[in-house]
Write a new protein. Sequence first.
Lengths: 184, 463
Amino acid sequence: MTTSTSMRDSSIYGLMAEFDSAQELVDAAHKTHQAGYQKIDAYSPFPIEGLAEAIGFHKNRVPLVVLIGGLIGGISAYALQYWVAVITYPVNIGGRPFHSWPSFIVVTFELTILFAGLSAAIGMLVLNGLPMPYHPVFNVPEFAKASDNKFFLVVFSSDPKYDAAGTRSFLTGLAPRMIAEVPS
Amino acid sequence: MATNTQIPVADRRVSEIAPGYTFSTITEKISNIVLSRPVSLGWIVGFVIVFSMMNMLMIALGYLFIKGTGIWGINIPVGWGFAIVNFVWWIGIGHAGTLISAILCLLRQTWRNSINRFAEAMTLFAVACAGIFPLAHMGRPWLFYWMFPYPNTMRYWPNFRSPLVWDVFAVSTYFTISLVFWFVGLIPDLATLRDRADIPLVQRIYGLLAMGWRGSARHWHRYETAYLLLAGLATPLVLSVHTVVSFDFAVGIVPGWHTTIFPPYFVAGAIYSGFAMVLCLAIPIRAIYGLQDFITMRHLENSAKVMLATGLIVAYGYGMEAFMGWYSGSQFDSFLLWNRLHGPYRLSYMALLACNIFIPQVLWLKRFRVSTGWLWIISFIVLVGMWLERFIIVVVSLSRDFLTSSWGMYYPTKWDWMTYLGTIGLFLTAMFLFVRILPMISMFELRTLLPESHVHEEAEAKQ
């Protein structure tokens, strides 16, 4: 086990522990969070219920982004149709009123869905900080299994409680398959 | 530490996935089809055939752009012809993909997890084929952007009271959202391919598409929310698309079009033909690529049941059209029914009744639902039947309107057939490439079907 004297080693991004099962990862994440570590992350090949809560992540703003996107889409679609049909290009079609609102519902609906859907996808990517072609966790060769069948927990070196030796011995207590330093 | 203490009861009875699989064997089996399986002679021969068919489409469209829509059989009164028949048929086929991926997702039907990926791909390719027809039917397709509202020097704006303008918005939104939904679903699997690819260039391409996905718990959390919201948005969208397509007809006054039953009847017909296409594709694919463990008989049987149910809704639609022909007392509506049964296109109406209503009733028998051969044949028959339905709605209605002086016949020309068969070539070409380039079954969603993926909070609390 290497012991580093510096608590803030900038060449180290964090310590990574590898687990065999989803259950082990969730339990380890719970314990790590309860031990007072704030800047941690867990990686899994599929979504695991309760894992985000286990690492103390609650703030999910995707629904708000989608709501705003949908409202912008719907309101702008109706406003555009109103402006075209009533103000800038009024044409008498079959004697219908210029502001024939039932006819405007379809386009309003479609653009609400379009804007909300694009907001969901783009909002999710942007909030996740993707695209991000390089990330330090990819420096650990074993991490290639994070998209297959292995489960990982990382304590970032930026965590106030992080210290190379202490954190390593804490992680060892969680009985992982292996522990690796993540170079930044 | 117990990783697998209890399997929920619901999971024990199902065979969504054959027993004995682990996370890594799922990954291996599906990603190897893309990454390491050699290209077989059968694939090459099949690809050459469908690629030639696609080139036939290119020739047909090229000649169309030179000569104009006069090369088709359309005329006055039958101005819509094959172009609109095929447009409605292809759009309808796309609907099953969205139904499987969005509606069944909201209903927590986990059996969808192994068929949603290629059903969504089917949707995309079908909508792409559908989109060609209205563009080609415009006569001057290079001016298609006139349909969109944009400031222009002619100082004109689209008429938002027209169903044809609604169609532009509905179909383009449908394509965009289907593409986004499909791509979002692909991101974690692209990361798996990136991590498993041996060839640096291949790894780079998948890496670029995966956008640095690393499976972080925070990312999964937002991802699942976004995916669920997309499913929630796609559900009303898919119901709206064929509704809007049916408005193209129902808002018109032609007998056979001007009916309020059209929206639900079109949506049911769309799902009917879409599930038929899912079965027509799934049955050979699972046999060729040995995916019987993931696309099990349960999937095929469920799809057959959906076909049976939506087929009965379609049958109700036909019955109601006939009933209204009699009950309305309108001579034009009762003539419509007489004309379908005894007019010049009567054979296509008889074939329609056989393909869409009578033959699929054998699906009540389990023997037919669990036989891949029979299922494939019945699905193919339904696809033909649903095409005939659109032919009857478009052509038979237009050929006999209110005035006998404006009656006329429609005969498709070889260019009509080449365009139609050509889009089937385009669809299959895209499908052939898809199964070799992208994982055709969602790996990360299959992993969640394994009992090991379920985490028990109690186990943690005990310690």
